[in-house]
Design a binder for this molecule. Structure first.
Ligand code: THG
Length: 292
């Protein structure tokens, strides 16, 4: 599985301020730390980057390139900033992202074609966030069809279900999981990804990790190709690298509805079981789900 580090982003305190000041130190340090943590790619998340977006993108890429050769995912809603990044990185870059909204596809698909770059196809349309796996499938089909009109090969499309925070609409998690489950059949030539940490946005900080990791195990079982993740969660990386087979087997049992002898489980294992039940919609989310 391809792991894309999420940590170079405007929302982060150290990086956000450095981006504003064009201070290369913290940007270099973050990119280097993510590379050292074993990421396969780095997401460069500049947010809307309304002011001088292209210039900022060029500066960040130049700065990151002083410390790592890892491929980059260019994450901003500013189309000109994406193009500035593509001019530097060409087909090595991943465009993050192109939604199914017509004006986004019209603006960005020609760039993907011209530079030969892969792109993340975000299942978001004019009606906003999809409600279930079927609406996600429909939006993905629109993206795949439109890309075909530009002669973009399907293996350059990384479909993204848009993972939503568990604490707002718990049921949406099943829509994302279901979508990833369907991908192999619907779009066997496309790749897939997701913003994994979205699932735990707003969850108590100390509990975000286990939520992210449990969801990764579930999506991994359905063959997700990549994920945008917290680069510094070593346990999460171990799961992605197949180094936690026992933990995966345990979560799979919960997914399959097998009965478990809870008394025989360690505290850590119990945490994964409870979290899987939340993500599967079998128990109701609350901030204290692990101690219930
Ligand atoms: N799909 C695609 N791209 C994406 C997302 C997605 N890019 C953005 C986001 N979602 C994935 N990246 C992040 C980055 C940070 C966090 C979550 C997802 C995050 N940060 C902490 C916070 O905001 O509380 C900490 C910030 C900090 O470092 O201080 O949760 O879904 N294609």
């Amino acid at each position: 599985m391809i792991l894309i580090g999420e940590n170079l982003n405007v929302m982060s305190k150290s990086v956000g301020e450095a981006l504003k000041q064009k201070d290369p130190g913290p940007v270099r340090a973050m990119a280097e730390a993510e590379a050292k943590a074993g990421m396969d790619m780095l997401d460069i998340n500049l947010g809307p980057a309304r002011k001088a977006g292209p210039e900022l993108m060029e500066w960040v890429i130049r700065t990151v390139r002083e410390v790592t050769d890892l491929p980059l995912s260019l994450d901003t809603t500013n189309v000109d900033a994406i193009e500035a990044g593509l001019r530097v990185e060409k087909d090595k870059a991943l465009i993050n992202s192109i939604s199914a909204r017509p004006e986004r596809m019209t603006a960005l698909l020609p760039l993907a074609k011209e530079y030969g770059a892969a792109f993340i196809g975000l299942t978001l349309g004019d009606e906003g966030v999809p409600r279930d796996e079927n609406e996600r499938g429909l939006l993905a089909a629109q993206i795949v069809a439109e890309a075909a009109a530009y002669d973009i090969p399907e293996d350059r499309i990384w479909l993204d279900p848009i993972v939503l925070p568990i604490n707002t609409q718990q049921i949406q998690i099943q829509g994302c999981t279901g979508f990833v489950m369907m991908l192999g059949e619907l779009f066997p030539n496309c790749k897939s990804t997701c913003g994994l940490s979205n699932v735990s946005n707003g969850v108590p900080t100390s509990l975000r990790g286990i939520m992210n990791r449990t969801y990764l195990i579930m999506l991994k079982r359905y063959g997700i190709h990549s994920a945008i993740v917290d680069a510094f969660d070593a346990e999460l990386k171990a799961i992605a690298r197949n180094e936690k087979p026992d933990l995966e087997a345990l979560v799979h049992k919960v997914m399959d509805g097998e009965s478990l002898d809870m008394q025989a489980l360690s505290e850590e294992e119990t945490g994964y079981v409870k979290t899987a039940r939340i993500l599967l919609g079998q128990s109701l989310y609350s901030d204290s789900w692990l101690s219930l």
